[in-house]
Ligand binder design. Structure first.
Ligand SMILES: [Zn+2]
Length: 402
């Protein structure tokens, strides 16, 4: 134990632990959870409120945030209409926004969303940027610039994402490869957007093989339409297993899962377990959502993602994961404390697990990425979904709202 720590958070209530403690932070890490007073260079009084791990946003289209005024309502209406039967049309309509959207535009709007996230205690983001012959690498390069510029505050993982397809948009595959060679963290994919199952399988294979060659992970949007015959989650799980990419894959959306017959759902559970696939749900941005609680019960990690902020698909969003969880509580019928606790896990520790952040826990020795809330229970935290009183990134207070 240090004599005088860098930061001490007194009177902290921790989830799953009786009584109040001092969270002692030094050199960016949690060094003690102490029942007795410890002196700190900086001392903060949590006042008996919850202190937890900071929030993780496992899926955000960061290159599209705050573009709603450019595109209007037309794509969002198409995405949700007819039981998500028009999801593909929506993506085609939304692509129009990119024709005159510069790297500077992406940078400015994405920066605003990241700083909003920090204010709300979001310190890790898996950020998708479209890559295609229209926008080229403008989105990826803008996000990589922000990754470097804001790296002391927030961990941004950039996904090079072929939103409009690979086989449908010749030239895109080479651009994704170039994005990865320039430093994108993760290979993206959206196999269900292709026109045949064979092309969807080829899309999945190409992107997973690129990830294997580059030594990085894969994050794909799978089965994101109201079509129970969609099978791209399966394709992803099969490729990850074949290439030995165990624990390196993330499946986003997978809304068609809610329409699958039970025997097929159970096969997907087994395939996901075999390759360590994690999922991200975003029930507030579409009328269907994946079976998050059933997957969690089966031992498969599931996160909630912000997905969209004021873009073609969704008119709201403040990069507030408590707000996302609050909305999910309604849409996923989570009303008891157990359900609410799970939602909280889905924006903190389970989301970290989905992204492979093994040390994102409020335990001694872990990095001090923390939020000091205004509430003394998870239920009250979700009910208010207010910004944390303090946000601590790597041991340093980076936002305060008192
Ligand atoms: Zn999405």
């Amino acid at each position: 134990m240090v004599d005088r720590a860098d930061l001490v958070i007194r009177n902290a209530l921790l989830r799953g632990r009786e009584g109040q403690v001092s969270v002692v932070v030094d050199h960016g890490r949690i060094v003690a959870l102490s029942d007795t007073p410890v002196a700190g260079e900086i001392e903060v009084d949590a006042g008996g409120c919850l202190v937890t791990e900071s929030f993780v946003d496992a899926h955000l289209h960061l290159d599209k945030v705050h573009t709603r005024d450019r595109i209007g309502d037309i794509a969002a209406n198409a995405y949700t209409a007819a039981g998500m039967g028009g999801a593909m049309t929506a993506i085609e309509l939304a692509a129009d926004v990119k024709s005159d959207y510069s790297q500077e535009d992406v940078y400015r709007n994405a920066r605003r969303a990241l700083l909003d996230g920090v204010r709300h205690g979001v310190l890790h983001v898996q950020a998708f940027a479209d890559v295609d012959p229209t926008i080229g690498l403008n989105g990826v390069r803008a996000l990589m610039r922000l990754r470097a510029e804001l790296g002391d505050l927030i961990d941004v993982r950039v996904v090079a994402f072929p939103q409009d397809g690979l086989l449908r948009r010749p030239g895109t595959e080479a651009l994704v490869e170039q994005a990865v060679s320039e430093g994108a963290d993760t290979v993206g994919g959206i196999p269900w957007i292709e026109l045949t199952d064979a092309d969807a399988a080829e899309h999945t294979r190409l992107m997973c093989e690129l990830a294997a060659r580059a030594g990085c992970g894969v994050a794909m949007l799978v089965d994101d339409a109201g079509d129970p015959t969609l099978r791209t989650t399966e394709m992803l799980a099969v490729e990850l297993h074949r290439l030995g990419l165990t624990g390196r894959g993330v499946a986003c959306h997978a809304r068609a899962m809610s329409l699958w017959p039970e025997p097929y759902f159970r096969r997907i559970v087994e395939l996901s377990r075999r390759c360590g696939l994690g999922f991200v749900a975003d029930p507030h941005t579409g009328p269907l959502h994946l079976r998050a609680f059933d997957l969690i019960d089966a031992g498969i990690p599931v996160a909630l993602g912000q997905d969209d902020i004021a873009d073609a698909y969704y008119p709201f969003g403040r990069h507030n994961m408590l707000e996302v969880a609050f909305l999910a509580a309604h849409l996923m019928e989570a009303r008891d404390d157990r359900g609410l606790d799970r939602l909280y896990d889905m924006v903190t520790v389970l989301a970290a697990q989905v992204l492979g952040l093994d040390d994102h826990r409020l335990v001694v020795g872990a990095p001090a990425n923390l939020v000091v809330l205004r509430a003394a229970s998870v239920r009250d935290a979700l009910a208010g979904h207010e910004p944390p009183r303090f946000v601590v990134s790597r041991g340093r207070i980076v936002a305060r709202a008192d």
